[in-house]
Design a protein around this ligand. Structure first.
Ligand code: FNR
Length: 179
């Protein structure tokens, strides 16, 4: 059956390579997954004082978008051996109000990437730690630490390596199975 998947990209920049990577995963995914990019760049920094009957409109938009999907795909770079602050903020916004976390219980997959060889391992596992707390079943295997991020794509945005392209398909298929 058709499953809706929110895609959250940890980088906010227009030319983001991890956003490109997210698109490459989507291109290899099974037909029954419907992907929707959910943006996080306009979310005010989480502040409990704003958690009133009328929270910031972007928070409400974000929470509603997450509530409507069956699962969440996170594709993110690593910042200082952890997840980018914008992504952590989105996690925090989606985790509240207390007891009403939009993310709660939704299956998730994490793909991290880096221009270096460690493939965003630190970001991957810090993010994983937060998702465990929100009771999200997170895809365990295969793990996805994508290295050499700046050389992955040709000028047309296609994945250059056939092996990498196939691996992205394997990840998407495993995620579909988990969902
Ligand atoms: C980085 N980068 C980085 N890379 C990495 O592998 N480990 C790290 O700890 C960091 N730290 C870090 C901090 C900050 C503030 C920035 C801006 C960048 C490099 C990062 O992986 C690279 O810029 C990616 O291309 C960012 O992803 P997007 O924006 O291309 O999607």
């Amino acid at each position: 059956s058709i499953k809706k998947v929110a895609v959250i990209v940890g980088s906010l920049r227009a030319e983001s390579k991890t956003r490109q990577l997210a698109k490459a995963i989507i291109a290899e995914a099974p037909e029954n997954l419907r992907f929707e990019f959910v943006e996080i760049g306009d979310l005010a920094m989480y502040n409990e004082d704003l958690e009133t009957e009328t929270p910031p409109a972007a928070w409400t938009r974000f929470r509603n978008q997450i509530r409507e999907v069956d699962a969440v795909l996170f594709v993110t770079p690593e910042y200082n051996r952890s997840m980018p602050g914008a992504l952590k903020n989105a996690i925090d916004v989606g985790s509240r109000p207390y007891g009403q976390a939009a993310f709660a219980g939704k299956p998730a997959a994490i793909v991290t990437a880096s221009p270096g060889g460690i493939g965003g391992f630190g970001a991957n596992h810090h993010l994983r730690q937060s998702l465990v707390f929100m009771n999200m079943p997170v895809l365990q295997q295969p793990e996805a630490y994508i290295g050499d991020l700046w050389n992955l794509f040709d000028d047309a945005g296609n994945v250059k390596s056939e092996d990498t392209r196939k691996f992205l398909g394997t990840i998407a298929k495993a995620f579909a199975d988990l969902i």
